[in-house]
Design a protein around this ligand. Structure first.
Ligand code: FAD
Ligand code: FES
Length: 499
């Protein structure tokens, strides 16, 4: 997962570099001892911070400098140049900072600075405004990011994180990638060690399923004998669940779906005992599963109704690339094809013929878990409706992540998007808004998504529901290109695909 980018041939920044080597708005990668350090200049000020992103170790020197921040090139985490703080997910840990001395037209990186203390008390909401009890339903991307941000902001009240799962919040995108392929060790998976929750006084309750919400009575009701929990502010972050299509045999014991760590572990066990797998559906997660099962040596067939994988989302050019990437690794596609039935040991195709398989994986989409919100009488329309502050129709109750449908200022449309970084950033924004106090924070982040297929990464920024033309810059065949999606010849307001 990346690593430190210190190289012996990068400049030793303690020895000094000429100021003229670092133009205004420029960045320079060097090192201090064994540590990779990034020098960045804003006007007359020069900053020195750790050069490796604390998410997966992306090289920050290849990222983007925006005002007093640097954005990681891999998954767009945002760090403060002044304090090193991870301002925006998917990174949560800060990077270190060093003192920079300017002397005789040269820059010298001196001692490492102490990490900044918690937010000063003045930044916290005034007493009486701060809610005493915050409850978060859902220990996934949005729920975790909200809890972490609440404590980072100095929130000192009671904080309960309820998760129906039996594992503390973890890196869900990894479940279909390195973890499933067997190349990520178990300790990469948790977002934080269990000790974090005790240290931060976050009452993390695992295996705790919320059965109902009473918005007027300000309480959540737990399933079983879990009792009730009162709240002043509530965040709903219940995510989405895979859809099981109405195919005869789709509930058979050899048929798997993938959403949770438990699912991924079960899939790994099933893969160990199988030689041939059929993936139904050619979406992002299904194709990542195909790649991981190939890495485990299984024969993999993909059956899907579309002409090209991911064409509806990424367009024909990138769809063709994705198909080629997988075919080069031995995946066999059955496109414009459907499944008539899943039987023990084989999958029967609608077009005739059958595929032998000991393992069948359904990659047939997800649906948002909106039942709690609906039963509580919150406004729900293809997702839980929230305003730009991520507050639902019930004051004091917020929603974030896969369930939330928010007014996106970039497209002027309401969006509901199933992306990891969107969910985490919405959790962070909802946290600020639950605290109340000073100015409220609008959710204005452009959606960002990434997917990995063997050694090729695809990232896209924005979200276009429709487009009628694509513009390609670079060489898709060489896997180094930017694709812009346009509508009516307009400059893209929507999505940029990048390989
Ligand atoms: C295998 C896989 C790979 C992915 N890869 C990528 C990727 O590469 N890039 C990307 O951008 N996105 C990816 N995604 C999508 C991304 O993981 C989701 O968009 C993101 O997790 C959504 O976050 P969330 O907080 O809304 O929901 P989740 O992370 O799903 O968390 C929801 C949590 O709520 C809990 N919950 C639900 N109902 C209740 C209840 N009643 N009571 C208590 N708890 C409840 C659930 O158990 C779960 O823990 C992937 C998803 C999967 C499954
Ligand atoms: S490695 Fe930097 S955001 Fe993922």
């Amino acid at each position: 997962m990346g690593g430190d980018h210190a190289t012996a041939d990068s400049p030793d920044l303690t020895g000094g570099v000429a100021l003229s080597e670092l133009p205004d708005g420029g960045m320079l990668a060097g090192h201090v001892g064994e540590e990779a350090v990034l020098l960045a200049r804003r006007g007359e000020e020069v900053f020195a911070i750790g050069a490796s992103c604390t998410h997966y170790g992306g090289p920050l020197a290849e990222g983007l400098l925006v005002d007093e921040t640097v954005r990681c090139p891999w998954h767009h985490a945002c760090f403060s140049l002044r304090t090193g703080e991870a301002l925006r997910a998917p990174a949560f840990d800060p990077v270190p900072c060093w003192r920079v001395e300017q002397r005789d037209g040269r820059l010298f990186v001196r001692e490492k600075l102490a990490p900044p203390a918690r937010r000063p008390a003045s930044a916290q909401p005034a007493a009486g405004v701060e809610p005493g009890r915050i409850v978060i339903v859902g220990g996934g991307a949005a729920g975790f990011a909200a809890a972490e941000m609440l404590r980072r902001e100095g929130y000192a009240g009671s904080l309960t994180l309820l998760s129906a799962e039996d594992a503390a919040p973890y890196d869900r995108p990894n479940l279909s990638k390195d973890y499933l392929a067997g190349t990520a060790s178990e300790d990469w998976i948790p977002l934080r060690p269990e000790s974090f929750y005790a240290e931060q006084a976050i009452d993390l309750r695992l295996g705790a399923t919320v059965a109902g919400i009473d918005p007027a009575g300000r309480r959540v009701v737990l399933a079983g004998s879990g009792g009730e929990l009162p709240f002043d502010r509530l965040l709903l972050a219940t995510g989405a669940e895979p859809v099981r299509p109405p195919i005869p045999g789709a509930d058979g014991p050899q048929v798997r779906m993938l959403r949770s760590l438990r699912d991924s572990r079960a899939l790994i066990e099933a893969a160990k005992a199988a030689q041939r797998a059929v993936l139904i559906g050619a979406g992002f997660i299904g194709l990542e599963v195909a790649a991981s099962l190939r890495a485990r040596g299984l024969v993999v067939h993909v059956v899907a109704p579309e002409r090209l994988p991911l064409e509806r989302v990424l367009g024909p050019e990138l769809g063709a690339l994705v198909r080629r990437l997988h075919e080069e690794q031995g995946v066999v596609f059955h496109l414009e094809e459907g499944v008539a039935a899943i039987e023990p040991g084989r999958v029967r195709l609608k077009g005739g013929g059958s595929l032998d398989a000991e393992l069948v994986v359904l990659g047939t989409g997800v649906r948002p878990r909106t039942e709690l919100a609906e039963r509580a009488g919150l406004a729900v329309d293809h997702g839980v409706l929230v305003d730009e502050y991520l507050e639902t129709s019930a004051p004091g109750i917020f929603a974030a992540g896969d369930i939330a449908r928010w007014p996106d200022p970039h497209t002027g449309e309401r969006l509901r998007i199933e992306h990891w970084v969107v969910a985490e950033r919405q959790g962070q924004t909802a946290a600020l808004n639950m605290l109340g106090g000073g100015g409220r924070a609008r959710f204005t982040a452009a959606p960002f998504f990434w997917s990995r297929h063997y050694d090729t990464s695809i990232g896209y920024v924005g979200h276009a529901q429709r487009w009628d033309a694509t513009e390609i810059e670079g060489d898709i065949g060489a896997r180094d290109a930017v694709v812009r999606y346009r509508q009516g010849g307009q400059a893209p307001r929507g999505r940029d695909g990048r390989t």
